[in-house]
Each structure stands twice: as C-alpha cells, then as structure tokens.
Design a binder for this molecule. Structure first.
Ligand SMILES: [Zn+2]
Length: 171
C-alpha cells in the first residue's frame, strides 16, 4: 500500500507517513482525507478509506527548514529534466566546475546534462568552451522538494507539492 502525504493545516507539505499511521490520524480526528488511495482498511469496527493525501486539522509549527538532499532525481526535477547547456533531454549529472578542477559536489555546482554535452564538456569549464548556461544552479528549498527528492511522490501528491514550489511529474 502506498505511503501518504501529510499536509499542515495551511496545506504546506510536512512529510510522508505509512498507511497505518495515516488511517490512525484520520480515525482519531487529527486529520482529514483530501485524496484517497482507493484502499480500504477495517479499524474500530468501521471501514476506513486509506488516505493518499491528508491534512492536519490543527496547525503544527515547523521548527526549521532543512536543506534538500542532493540526489540525481532532485537535480533532474529542479532543472526540469533538461540539459543545462543545450536544453535537450538530460540523462546525466554534470559538475559545472569539474571535480578535477576543484569543483564541489554541491547544489550550485551540479546541473542535469545530456550525454552529448557532458561528453563534449569533459574536464573543461563553461568559460573554456564559450558555452552559456541556461540556468544558474541553486539549492532548492522547502519540504515539498525534500519529499520529491526521495523519489516516492505519488501522482495524487503532485498538485499539493507543486503548490509549494516543487516541480513534479519529471524524472
Ligand atoms: Zn546538452
């Protein structure tokens, strides 16, 4: 059974919970179902529809905003699945300043790239080649991005994640 996306009372994505936990939140009146999975479980003598997206009835304070893990999937999503150099379909991750030249494996030094550009660029910099970047790579922020970077986002979650700035439906 798929996991469920939990939204704050403000609709801000908070995290992902196991289906059993999602059902408990709804049955206990702590959350309401916004999207159902289509699965039904039996709990306290009643049939309960298993949520895919649920919203907490009371607002929860989120103490701090952690960074988004740097994963291949998250880089692809941030860059819209397009090569940062030619705009073609990206199939790889490229270090803008090559690692051999001291470039770090950090959000503002990685972009998605097509195989051709990646191969042509090799150990050179954009300046060496006279290329122009289509985007300036930056670290994405927000929980919606963190959830997306896990690669487990269900289709029913997309509009809720997109509402908080994460581009979904890619990669
Ligand atoms: Zn390319």
């Amino acid at each position: 059974m798929p996991h469920a996306l939990v939204l704050n009372a403000t609709y801000e994505p908070l995290g992902v919970v196991a289906p059993r936990r999602a059902v408990v939140l709804v049955v206990s009146g702590k959350a309401v179902t916004l999207e159902a999975t289509g699965h039904v479980v039996h709990s306290v003598g009643a049939s309960v529809s298993v949520p895919s997206v649920l919203r907490l009835c009371r607002h929860v304070r989120v103490p701090h905003r952690a960074g988004v893990p740097l994963t291949r999937r998250a880089v692809f999503a941030r860059d819209g699945g397009a090569c940062a150099y030619c705009g073609g379909q990206a199939t790889s991750i490229d270090h803008v300043v090559p690692r051999s030249k001291g470039g770090a494996h950090v959000w503002d030094n990685v972009v998605s790239a097509c195989e051709r550009c990646n191969r042509l660029k090799a150990d050179r910099t954009v300046a060496d080649l006279g290329w122009r970047m289509r985007v300036t790579p930056r670290q994405p922020v927000g929980i919606a991005w963190r959830i997306l970077s896990t690669g487990r986002a269900e289709e029913a979650w997309w509009p809720y994640l997109a509402a908080f700035g994460a581009e979904v439906g890619i990669a």
